[in-house]
Design a protein around this ligand. Structure first.
Ligand SMILES: [Zn+2]
Length: 115
């Protein structure tokens, strides 16, 4: 099943060709402030329709995760990094997917604050 997502103003838009599973809610300093609910998918399952290079990138801590956000509307629809096995991976913020009821998802808490 494909999901359509992006930022609020439409500058960043993408499709994710996968079923939502394994969503996490992390309590680290950035995830808690942004309200991220993250779903990790291989980069190969994400197709950008707009704005792959339009976003601003924020990095913190070890700087290996690129947290993309829209410089116009401020939404943060995804982050990008390589998985430990080297696979390019996108962490999709399911709050930025169209038509997804986040309260119906099975969301796993992750204690990123203690990492
Ligand atoms: Zn935007």
């Amino acid at each position: 099943m494909a999901h359509r997502g992006g930022c609020h103003c439409g500058a960043i838009a993408f499709d994710v060709d996968a079923s939502i599973e394994g969503v996490i809610e992390c309590n680290c300093s950035l995830c808690s402030k942004r309200g991220y609910l993250l779903w990790f998918v291989p980069r190969s399952q994400v197709t950008f329709r707009a704005g792959e290079h339009a976003s601003t990138v924020y990095r913190f801590n070890k700087h290996h995760i690129a947290h993309h956000f829209c410089p116009t509307c401020g939404c943060a629809p995804y982050a990008a990094a390589d998985a430990p096995d080297g696979t390019p991976t996108i962490a999709v913020n399911v709050r930025c997917l169209d038509g997804v009821d986040v309260h119906a998802l099975d969301i796993k808490p992750v204690d990123g604050r203690s990492c």
